[in-house]
Design a protein around this ligand. Structure first.
Ligand code: C2E
Ligand code: CA
Ligand code: CA
Length: 701
């Protein structure tokens, strides 16, 4: 309060009013004193002149000394009515006092002498002067040149002056107080009026501070400095408000960006599922929690069987929709709290926490696999797909996240090997198998250099009984592991990127063998080579083939390439390009293991093949149930309608061969006629096969 302008303002006003009042007051007193003295002097002068004249007449009229004295005394006593006359001396012409007069007020005063002591009366001028005794006047009685005597009158002048001043002071004080009070009041009122806009502005700024509402506006009335200040404050508020608004918008944008970035970072854009990174974070926490609470936890690794084929044959858009549909479908089989995440491509992971019983995971896996049996409809395609699931438990991995994921991965590969649409629960023995895989992958690196590979040929016989072709099948004998089946090492070679070198070795060896093979029969033999999808990634592969055709003088018409249905479809574009080149050159293509991958047959019209190789599975089962017979018959019909040659694999009995011949299989291959064998044994095998063919008694079905 004491720092406020209001307080300072009032203080300054009051002080200045006080100073001016006091100085005016003292000036007035001073003036009063002067005036008072002048009037007293004039009165005294007049009164003493009158008295000198009166005394002169007493002296001249009365001769009797006693009468003079009496008259003088009477005259002097007349002074009693003048309050402030102190004393009077009447002198004769020789300055001897002839009469005194003392005013009754001074009669009883101690130490009072009714004479001038400070100065001798003769020396005083003939006018009113101030001596120690008071206001003093000397008058000549009679003529100045012939004086009869002298009259001295002394009047008290200080006391009445004091009293007069006092009375003036007391009469002026209330007035001064009134003036000061009035001044204060007026200044206060003026202040209120003057400072009202400033006070309003202060109030306004306080309100803004309290409410933080920068939309408020100060109501400006007038044009003075305060109004200008108000206008500037309004402008400032406007700027602040605009700044706050843009800040708010920026913050909102930032938060939005942050959220979407967080979403982008944590979720898969296609399916909206948590992504790998986010899943790993959740899994880490869940592993720690489960371990703390002595619980088990399962994860399921799965991928969509034949996804790549769908992508390549039906387009990426359909592929994306399929992934979404699979995610939705799989999710519907999960319990609340289970988490489904997409790792990328067609790979997914499921976390199943609170695993009190391992059967929970198995049940979920069964439900998913069964659920996938019904086709998914996308863009009017009925897509038949499935999933291969690997299940792992946290306790088997001792709650180590990397081991845990790796175990689920191993289990998933085991499922794939088992055949599509199955699940496998990880077991420690799989680690042993995995170790063997790693060992094979390592040993395969030097297998070519160490000349450990060999080729066996398996013949193909026509429905007329002639040897039409041979299939080259790889054999590997290793010092450490002995004979290793291509069914085991080819997938490992593919996974470890070593299959391309092996295929090149195979192509060269087969082309080398061609001249000998051709001498075994008197008609054209077609020798087929199995190639892997990985070979197609090698752009130079086609040139390699061309080069070796000419090096070994091989006619490409005697060469056929076999590729499995799933490999073909998963690398649809590159396979089509490669096979189209081969066919243009005069070679032929066979689709291996037909019937194991896709039940959607629409792709058959779009691919570059000459022969369908019906998978052993259909041949083997043909007589066990009526249904399989129908499937086999349907495949044979379909192949013929599409103008394709049909080769049936895995013919093991005369009965199977009989059925196939009757139902239009163009060629047959299988243990019944011959097992795969080294080149040297082929002449004997050819004879044997033809003999066996003769033995088939053709029964009409
Ligand atoms: P595939 O191409 O389907 O080859 C036919 C497989 O069936 C061969 O097994 C053959 O021995 C076997 N087989 C033939 N007739 C019968 C039969 O009547 N009954 C039964 N149970 N099996 C029969 P193999 O030689 O063990 O080869 C297995 C697979 O390894 C092949 O299946 C092929 O996919 C792959 N493979 C073999 N050699 C090569 C190769 O040089 N390159 C590539 N990429 N893959 C190869
Ligand atoms: Ca084959
Ligand atoms: Ca096959």
């Amino acid at each position: 309060m004491f720092h406020s302008i209001r307080f300072k303002f009032v203080i300054i006003i009051v002080i200045s009013i006080l100073i001016s009042s006091v100085s005016v007051f003292f000036l007035a007193i001073n003036e009063h004193e002067n005036l008072y003295r002048k009037s007293v002097e004039q009165n005294l002068d007049a009164m003493s002149s009158v008295m000198a004249d009166n005394i002169l007449s007493i002296f001249t009229e009365d001769d009797d000394e006693g009468e003079v004295f009496f008259s003088l005394t009477t005259e002097l006593l007349g002074l009693d009515r003048y309050e402030h006359i102190k004393f009077v001396n009447v002198f004769d012409a020789n300055w001897n006092i002839i009469q005194y007069y003392v005013h009754p007020d001074y009669l009883n005063l101690k130490n009072f002498t009714p004479e001038l002591t400070s100065v001798s009366p003769q020396n005083l001028p003939r006018e009113v002067t101030i001596t120690d005794e008071g206001l003093t006047v000397i008058k000549t009685i009679g003529e100045e040149k012939l004086p009869v005597g002298f009259l001295l009158i002394v009047q008290d002048y200080q006391r009445p002056l004091r009293e007069s001043k006092k009375s003036l002071f007391y009469s002026a004080i209330p007035f001064v107080i009134l003036v000061v009070a009035l001044a204060m009041l007026i200044s206060f009122l003026r202040y209120q009026q003057l400072f009202k806009p400033l006070l309003n502005l202060t109030k306004f700024t306080k309100k803004v501070e309290k409410t933080t509402d920068y939309n408020l506006k100060y109501r400006v009335t007038g044009n003075d400095e305060v109004s200008e200040l108000g206008r500037n404050i309004n402008k400032l508020l406007g700027t602040i408000n605009a700044e706050i608004k843009t800040n708010q918008q920026n913050t909102e944008k930032l938060i939005e960006q942050q959220n979407s970035m967080q979403h982008l970072a944590n979720y898969d854009t296609l399916t909206g599922l948590p992504n790998r990174m986010f899943f790993m974070e959740i899994l880490k926490l869940e592993l720690a929690r489960s371990q703390r609470e002595n619980e088990d936890l399962a994860i399921m690794f799965f991928d969509v069987d034949g996804f790549k084929g769908v992508n390549d044959t039906l387009g990426h858009e359909t592929g994306d929709l399929l992934l979404k549909a699979v995610a939705t479908k799989v999710k519907s089989f999960l319990r609340p709290g289970d988490i489904l995440a997409r790792l990328g491509g067609d790979e997914f992971l499921i976390m199943i926490p609170h695993l009190n019983n391992s059967l929970i995971a198995v049940n979920i896996a069964n439900r998913i696999i069964e659920g996938m049996l019904s086709p998914i409809e996308i863009n009017s395609w009925d897509i038949q797909t499935g999933v291969s699931i690997g299940i792992a438990k946290a306790t088997d991995a001792e709650f180590d996240i990397n081991t845990f994921i790796s175990n689920a991965d191993i289990a998933m590969y085991a499922s794939k090997e088992k055949g599509k649409g199955s699940y496998t629960v990880f077991h420690k023995r799989m680690l042993e198998e995995n170790r063997r895989k790693v060992q094979i992958a390592n040993l395969i690196t030097n297998a070519i250099a160490k000349d450990e590979f060999d080729i066996h040929y398996q013949l193909k016989i026509s429905s007329q009984g002639s040897i039409k072709g041979l299939e080259a099948l790889l054999r590997w004998k290793n010092d450490e592991l002995g004979n290793i089946s291509p069914a085991e090492f080819i997938p490992i070679a593919e996974q470890s990127g070593k299959v391309k070198a092996i295929t090149r070795w195979l192509v060269e060896r087969v082309f080398q063998d061609m001249s000998v093979l051709q001498t075994l029969v008197d008609h054209d033999l077609v020798v087929s080579l199995n190639i892997s999808s990985h070979d197609l990634q090698d752009r130079n592969f086609i040139h390699f083939i061309k080069k070796n055709l000419s090096t070994y003088n091989v006619n490409i018409q005697n060469i056929q390439f076999e590729m499995t249905e799933s490999s073909y479809l998963e690398n649809f574009d590159s396979a089509n390009e490669f096979f189209s080149n081969i066919r243009k050159m005069g070679g032929s293509i066979a689709l291996d293991d037909f019937g194991t991958g896709y039940s959607s047959l629409s792709y058959l019209t779009k691919i570059e093949i000459d022969t369908l190789k019906i998978d052993r599975m259909f041949v083997m089962q043909h007589d066990s149930s009526g249904k399989d017979t129908v499937v086999l018959q349907t495949i044979l019909d379909l192949g013929h309608r599409l103008g394709l040659q049909i080769c049936s694999e895995g013919v093991e009995t005369a009965d199977q061969a009989n059925y196939l011949i009757l139902h239009g299989s163009d060629e047959m291959q299988g243990y019944y006629f011959a097992k795969p064998m080294p080149l040297a044994k082929l002449p004997e095998a050819f004879e044997n096969a033809q003999r066996l063919f003769q033995e088939i008694c053709v029964i009409e079905y």
